[in-house]
Design a protein around this ligand. Structure first.
Ligand code: ASP
Ligand code: MG
Length: 439
């Protein structure tokens, strides 16, 4: 059974919901469909929560009223029959009254997470009702009944697998199983979520749990591109990616996919296909376990990077120096992306500067610290195994005009990364495209 996930823009209007419904029922095959909230809704729910944290009930109520109005309009446009329109509007009324109930009383992250969950609960109910109105045998699988994280806020894969399998067995014979992306329960059975953009993660977890033949992530662009189309001219979709290449790209800036979602799919060997709702016949990008020998696939960039260099003659021939340095980052829960070392110094990059001041103060005990902000990591992915010759030189040749602050190669067989100034990003990306992908 295939798993298909549609993001917020793909269900962003009544018409889009109709289009998605047509797309998922075209082949008559049974499938699980994961939906995000309608585009903009989760942001609006965050805004409502912000007002409630500030104890501004009136501000929250205004936004709730506006959102409700919009949804009522969507519902009147979506359904052809009074029966389904009235039932859905009644459901929406209850949902929005529920949201209003949070404007009274204590407001904590616990309540916020319940509020954030309503976007997906609403969109899935609307589409389920629409499919039923169209006569499609549809079952709504409540994500809160099977999607769960553990005490480390990581998906509890065993629980998920057991519970979704049971649910599917208890409700056999439906053509479409709809479920909510993003939302889950945590180890304490509270409503929680898989962090923003987490619907992709939901889809991949379900696909892995049921050993799906394929996980399809539907967005509104034509798969993963070989460079950032917003920055560079003449980018092209990449037709195939190895799981690790896709994970590197997702992390380093290709916004199309949630960075951690590849893991469960790779772990269970289920291919992930990126497809375009605006052009459903286009081939998109397939992510699987094939390594295409000797090819460079794509380039991505990550902005707002901070590089920190620690230089110390005490590092020379000393052991334990790197551990001390890394421990400082660990103690401030700040993860390191790139690392380069020499005998007398180490440079690392971070993208979270919440504790930058504290980190620098601690590092100064161990050496001279130099910080550069507004840097950019440029990452090239492909079959970059050390056994291949000539790739590194082609890539650095492409960047010959750009001052390179750090180079990292050899960490994996699929990536080489460069740290450049943010102001050099566009030039660097274009030069790489012109050199690596011009045919
Ligand atoms: N609705 C959630 C968000 O906007 C999850 C998702 O769309 O993937 O972050
Ligand atoms: Mg998304």
């Amino acid at each position: 059974m295939k798993v298909m996930k549609f993001g917020g823009t793909s269900v962003g209007t009544a018409q889009r919901m109709k289009d998605v419904s047509q797309l998922i029922t075209k082949d008559g095959e049974s499938k699980i469909v994961v939906l995000s909230a309608m585009s903009g809704t989760t942001n609006t729910l965050v805004e409502i929560s912000d007002y409630l944290y500030k104890k501004n009930a009136e501000g929250a109520n205004n936004i709730i009223n506006r959102l409700e109005q919009k949804y009522m309009e969507h519902a009147s446009e979506l359904y052809a029959t009074d029966e389904y329109r009235i039932a859905t509007q009644k459901f929406l009324k209850e949902e929005f009254n529920y949201l209003r109930s949070f404007t009274k009383g204590l407001f904590t992250t616990f309540e916020e997470k319940i509020i954030l969950a309503q976007g997906e609960i609403i969109s899935t109910n609307m589409v389920t009702n629409y499919l039923k109105e169209c006569g499609v045998k549809t079952y709504l699988l409540p994500a809160l009944d099977f999607m769960r994280t553990d005490k480390n806020a990581e998906p509890d894969f065993r629980f998920i697998k057991e519970n979704i399998t049971e649910l599917l067995e208890a409700h056999p014979g439906y053509e479409i199983y709809i479920t909510q992306g993003f939302i889950c329960r945590n180890a304490y059975n509270e409503v929680d979520n898989l962090l923003r953009g987490g619907s992709d993660y939901t889809a991949c977890l379900i696909g892995a749990a049921i050993q799906s033949e394929e996980i399809q992530i539907w967005t509104d662009i034509d798969g993963m591109h070989n460079n950032d189309p917003r920055v560079v001219d003449h980018t092209e979709p990449v037709r195939q990616l190895y799981f690790e290449e896709a994970a590197e790209l997702a992390y380093f800036g290709a916004k199309i996919l949630h960075p951690t979602c590849i893991q469960p799919a790779q772990f269970s060997g289920v291919p992930v296909r990126l497809l375009n709702t605006m052009d459903p016949a286009a081939p998109g990008t397939i992510i699987n376990n094939d390594i295409q020998k000797g090819t460079i696939k794509a380039v991505a960039a990550k902005d707002n990077i901070i590089s920190i260099q620690i230089q110390s003659s005490r590092m020379l021939l000393a052991y334990g120096f790197l551990r001390k340095v890394f421990e400082i980052f660990e103690s401030y829960k700040t993860s390191i992306d790139m690392v380069c070392t020499s005998e007398v110094g180490v440079s690392v990059t971070i993208d979270n500067k919440a504790y930058l001041k504290e980190i620098i103060a601690d590092l100064m005990k161990y050496g001279t610290v130099t910080v550069d902000e507004d840097m950019c990591i440029i990452c090239v992915v492909g079959d970059l195994s050390h056994a291949n010759v000539g790739f590194e030189s082609r890539i650095t040749q492409a960047l010959k005009e750009i001052p390179l602050r750090m180079i990292s190669y050899g960490g994996s067989n699929h990536n080489i990364s460069f740290l450049v100034k943010g102001t050099d990003k566009k030039r660097a990306l274009q030069a790489l495209s012109d050199t690596l992908f011009k045919n």
